[in-house]
Design a protein around this ligand. Structure first.
Ligand code: PEP
Length: 250
């Protein structure tokens, strides 16, 4: 059985006091009956304070990025060991904003996954097509290629630590959500790609979550799809009420 995972990617939002305000508001609402694994992904500057505030709550912490190197002269980067030492369990890789704004390609994303896994982190690999690619009928090819190149060289045990986030680029931060049937179809294609790269049992064990303008209004129909194992939430995770409503809609 795959446990649902709801992750809130705060992107470049929230100072430390704002982060703590949001965390305390969420902690007041969430209790141990929550059926999902909840992960908060604040900016780097808030990780230490967030880890302290979340201690003992059962809510996990994740980072938005990591360096593909473990240490050294790489000004401005943050390493896997640093993320582990601050209390992160999860880390994003391949988010479309990193791919598009910072020219991160599948090769560097693959190196980031390997570094993260070697440090014991659980990576969330984001994949997804642009609107132009969807219109041209290339969705499955684009995602298949991102998965093949991104996951190259990972063994089945490492794969079981991975989560895949399907995030159509045209749905991120745009208010345009993919229809539940479109999402199910793509998640099925992702699982079948994983099944051909690894054993079907491995593919069945991997969580595939959806991201792209998830809100309290559309989350339950998306989460009801058999191959949707949770959500990666951007904008709606910045407010305790809307993030809590998404979690409780499971
Ligand atoms: C994201 O950044 O991963 C995301 C899904 O953003 P939003 O929910 O705002 O579309």
């Amino acid at each position: 059985m795959r446990k649902m995972l709801i992750a809130g990617n705060w992107k470049m939002n929230k100072t430390i006091p704002e982060s703590l305000e949001l965390i305390h508001a969420l902690l007041k609402k969430l209790d141990s009956s929550c059926p999902a694994e909840v992960v908060l992904i604040p900016p780097f500057t808030s990780l230490f304070s967030a880890a302290e505030a979340l201690r003992g709550s059962g809510i996990e912490l994740g980072a938005q990025n990591l360096s593909h190197l473990s240490e050294g002269a790489v000004t401005g980067e943050v390493s896997g060991p640093m993320l582990v030492s601050v209390g992160c369990r999860y880390v994003l890789a391949g988010h479309s904003e990193r791919r598009n704004l910072f020219q991160e390609d599948d090769t560097v994303i693959n190196q980031k996954l390997k570094t993260a896994l070697s440090e014991g982190l659980h990576p969330i690999l984001c994949v997804g097509e642009s609107w132009k690619e969807r219109e041209a009928g290339k969705t499955k090819d684009v995602i298949g290629s991102q998965l093949k190149k991104g996951l190259d060289g990972l063994n089945p045990l490492e794969m079981r630590k991975m989560t895949i986030a399907y995030e159509p680029v045209w749905a991120i931060g745009t208010g345009k959500t993919a229809q539940p049937e479109q999402v199910q179809e793509t998640h099925e294609a992702i699982r079948s790609e994983l099944s051909s790269q690894y054993a079907p049992e491995t593919a069945k064990a991997i969580r595939i979550i959806y991201g792209g303008s998830v809100t309290p209004d559309n989350s339950s129909s998306l989460m009801a799809q058999p191959d949707v194992d949770g959500a990666l939430v951007g904008g709606a995770s910045l407010d305790a009420d809307s993030f809590y409503a998404i979690i409780s809609a499971i």
